[in-house]
Design a protein around this ligand. Sequence first.
Ligand code: NZQ
Ligand code: ZN
Length: 388
Amino acid sequence: MLGNFSYKNATKLYFGDDSLKYLNDELPKYGKNVVLIYGGGSIKKNGVYDAVISILKANGKNVVEDAGVMPNPTADKLREGVKIAKAHNADLLLAVGGGSCCDYAKAVSVSVNTDEDPWEKYFVKFDEPTCEIVPVGCILTMAGTGSEMNGGSVITNHDTHQKIGHVFGEEVMPKFSILNPKFTFSLPKRQMVAGIYDVFNHICEQYFSGTDDNVSDYLAEALMKSVIKNSLVAIDDPENYEARSNIMWAATWALNTLISRGKTTDWMVHMLGQAAGGYTDATHGMTLSAVSLPYYRHILPYGLSKFRRFAVEVWGVAENGKTDTEIAEEGLAEMEKWMRKIGVALTLSELGATKDMIEGIADATIILDGGYKTLNRDEVVRILSESL
Ligand code: NZQ
Ligand code: ZN
């Protein structure tokens, strides 16, 4: 039975190969002072930077740049970003990049008008913002996280080996996001597939929970099928607009709060992956792929009927003459074949994790209870060890 819920998504989206022009519609809604947030320079190579700058200039904006947002943005960088935005008296934070830039912009947005340390306040104490929030807009260049249409913000603290996500409310969601699938064409293949696996796993995290008949699960299955099909096109033909646009749109729907309405959710792959990320600083999607198979094989007996449904509905496994367990296991075997085909990491060792890190990663793993099995610490250690 669907649980009770409210639903609103506060982000306005512009999607398509001409979508950047709508920045002209959005900019006049905000004051003059814009902080342009971007990463390590990919936007300078693929022309997105020049295109954005010329629109900002045409709209008479006073722009300050906050560049160098790294993948898995750090608490130190966040403190620096808050200083830049404060000094510039920012009216709009415009993030141009992947999930890291969008997440970072949200974290800055809730920290400009408070004197408290942003890491401590939002990622250790999980306070909700009570200060004025600077509006955020996103121009997305990588499909994966869903950050363009959600309130999530994940920050990494290298000193403490922690990678922590805070899911803020609608007031922190981007006011607008611009999604041009062509901007993703320049992604290196490894980043593209990491993003694809991130999308797929966001759907799994919301699918592998509950025993009721729930419309969200049907939506999830459709999204998963689309991601699988289009990923196989995109790995052979990265500039296939149809495939890249489908992946980009599926990424947004995978984590824009819709498919979790009215149901419980799991999120343990993310908890394990994030904890591993705190130690290795590895690419987000790859940390998820590395722990997924050991985790799902471990919880399969506890969620057997859903894993059976996953096998049949998502992977087309034939049912005749097989036990439920055989069908469910075949589904995960098909998933593994797909993961190998697109080329995601299947072990934590290839991401730089070592045996001596396992205890620390296990300590850092937040155990959630929305899935089919609430793990105990021994199980966490076992799954992490099997993932090595
Ligand atoms: O920094 P630049 O030079 O831009 O290069 C980036 C970066 O090196 C590159 N890139 C992005 N777009 C490109 C491109 N290179 C060439 N052409 C383009 N068009 O890709 C690299 C990775 O970018 P990043 O933004 O780090 O990737 P992603 O979008 O996967 O974001 C990862 C971060 O988001 C968090 C992750 O934990 C991680 O910190 N997440 C955020 C979530 C949310 N807000 O809800 C949920 C997710 O589960 C995730 O945890
Ligand atoms: Zn993710």
